[in-house]
Design a protein around this ligand. Structure first.
Ligand SMILES: Cc1ncc(COP(=O)(O)O)c(C=O)c1O
Length: 571
């Protein structure tokens, strides 16, 4: 390609378009501008050069001179040719990092052309920009051997605001449900947060706004509501990306929850990569959703699961973990935080060890994200899964983060609308990430609720959330241990989250939970979807109080007193 192709200066175009008054004038300007695009040879009009996602035919051909990119481009639609010309003026003769950093949205806004841009996959301008940025990013990755460094999560909001307890009433006021009373008029102490959290008003409002202001299906139509809904979904994706510090939004796949995310991995990745003789390493403290999909994979593929034990102090036996790793370990998966013990596993260290034998690593972060941001790039895991409903967002939404290369290497799992580029009577071609793994209409309002949920957590700061939970967990643990016959299944305080599971000798957990419920205290009793762990602990069920950012020391006092009361009357 002729790398000497030149395009008009962007500033000149900006000036010209600024003088135009109406949309119609601007359309005429674009059509005229399109006619001035340099000659584009016929042989460049190939499928490979075509930009998928444009309704018209658009081709972009890059050429790299060792320092900057030059582009040649064309379209079969007159107005689109004008937009192509604007993009060429904006992006040609720039380095990859200049392209990545170029504020094209602002430029288009300044030229009154922003309405041509929407996040719809069928939006041509969006697809063209994405194609150009992808070229730049792939060059950056090949230069520095890793993905594009997008900015780390914004931690600037975490300036010292003092302990969360000082603002607890203000925080509780954000959660309308906490004003509810039980049937006897008692305030309800909701201590079942590890199962599902409550939602602040901002999250409730965001869901309500979707349905009362702009609900429409996403990534399809181009009308105003559809665009707003699509923008909402994509803004949430960006929010999640920042929250987990993923390199790219394409690595954030929305699923129905953590369970659906593990199933996606076990099927799409597992079916392709695991076979007879291979081993899957799991820990004894996994939730069923990080067990059963792997057991199903073993049934399909003839691989076996090995269980990394826990120690008597309820932490993971890391020495055993290391010993059990071998070249047969195809996949390693562990929970970042146990939903029963509260144990926080050293995710980064475990990933590094698993990497040493070339295993693929899945981290179950369902009990980690409620307490604040995680850093998937620091962990370096291949996959990280979590659910929205445990972290202040709606039910029905979760995330499967995957490194781009591995997601690209995987076949699709479910088929249907949205996950295709094209379908013919003879077959189909796959959509790009993340849509390849998002078949069908997604849970739109639920996904949109992720953004305010994340913003709420960020406004408090994850250190504060964890510190507060530990304070309450400590108070609860000490109170419970003072009651005769109570056993608490918890590691040392600094190694755990705000989950306190316990059993009382000779009394069934169900009865304790019932007494507590009568006193307006909501805890969970059962195996908490971790039956193998309970077998290991030697109990069939445990009672679990799980604290969150809106719980108070008074609630913990009520809880401990009620357990003591239950033990007294039930023994
Ligand atoms: C550690 C852990 N992993 C996975 C899950 C599954 O989450 P979901 O039911 O939202 O898919 C849970 C839910 O309790 C959990 O605690």
């Amino acid at each position: 390609m002729d790398s000497q192709i030149t395009y008009p200066e962007l500033a000149d175009l900006q000036e010209e378009i600024d003088d135009l008054e109406t949309s119609e004038d601007r359309i005429e300007f674009l059509i005229e501008l399109g006619q001035s695009l340099p000659h584009f040879p016929e042989e460049y009009c190939t499928e490979e050069n075509r930009v998928v996602g444009c309704q018209s035919m658009v081709w972009i051909v890059p050429s790299w001179d060792g320092n900057v990119y030059h582009f040649s481009a064309s379209s079969d639609a007159p107005m689109v040719r004008g937009l192509v010309a604007v993009l060429m003026s904006a992006y040609s003769a720039k380095t990859p990092s200049e392209i990545a950093a170029f504020p094209i949205e602002n430029v288009l806004d300044g030229m009154h052309l922003k309405s041509f841009l929407s996040p719809l996959r069928s939006n041509g301008l969006h697809s063209m920009i994405k194609r150009i940025r992808d070229y730049a990013e792939s060059k950056q990755s090949s230069n520095n051997g890793k993905g594009t460094e997008s900015t780390s999560p914004d931690r600037s909001k975490e300036e010292d605001r003092g302990p969360l307890l000082a603002r607890i009433e203000q925080i509780r006021a954000d959660f309308p449900i906490l004003n509810q009373k039980n049937q006897d008029g008692l305030a309800i102490a909701y201590l079942d947060n590890a199962a599902s959290s409550q939602r602040p008003q901002s999250v409730i409002d965001s869901i309500s706004r979707v349905f009362s202001e702009h609900y429409a299906n996403v990534h399809r139509s181009g009308h105003e509501w559809a665009v707003k809904s699509t923008e909402g979904v994509e803004a949430s994706r960006e929010s999640v990306r920042r929250f987990i510090n993923a390199a790219r939004t394409e690595e954030v796949i929305f699923t129905a929850g953590a369970t659906a995310a593990v199933n996606l991995i076990a099927n799409a990745w597992g079916n392709l990569n695991v076979g007879p003789g291979d081993e899957i390493l799991l820990t004894e403290m996994e939730h069923h959703s990080n067990i059963v999909p792997w057991q199903q994979l073993c049934q399909r593929k003839g691989c076996t699961i090995r269980w990394v034990p826990i120690r008597s102090d309820y932490t993971l036996d890391i020495e055993q973990f290391e010993k059990m790793l071998s070249s047969r370990s195809k996949l390693v998966s562990f929970t970042a935080v146990s939903n029963v013990l509260g144990t926080i596993n050293p995710a980064k260290q475990l990933v590094q060890m698993a990497r040493g034998v070339g295993a693929t690593v899945v981290v179950d972060a369902a009990q980690a994200t409620p307490h604040g941001a995680i850093n998937v790039r620091d962990w370096d895991a291949d996959f990280v899964v979590f659910s929205g409903h445990k972290m202040l967002a709606s039910t029905g939404v979760g995330v499967c983060y995957g490194k781009r290369a591995i997601l690209e290497s995987m076949p699709e799992w479910q088929g249907g609308g949205s996950m295709i580029k094209s379908v013919t009577f003879g077959g189909f071609t796959l959509a790009d990430l993340p849509h390849k793994f998002e078949a069908g209409t997604p849970p739109i309002a639920e996904i949109i609720s992720m953004k305010p949920a994340i913003e709420y957590l960020e406004s408090i700061g994850h250190e504060r959330v964890m510190e507060h939970e530990r304070l309450l967990a400590d108070q609860a643990t000490n109170g419970l241990l003072a009651i005769d016959g109570v056993r608490v299944f918890s590691p040392a305080l600094k190694l755990k989250s705000g989950v306190v599971s316990f059993a009382v000798d000779g009394i069934h957990g169900e009865e304790i939970a019932r007494v507590l419920d009568g006193r307006g205290i909501a805890i969970r009793v059962g195996h908490h979807c971790a039956m193998p762990l309970h077998t290991r602990l030697g109990v069939s069920v445990t009672c679990r109080a799980s604290f969150y950012l809106y719980n108070t020391p008074d609630e913990v006092t009520r809880f401990v007193e009620s357990v003591a009361h239950a033990v007294k009357i039930l023994k």
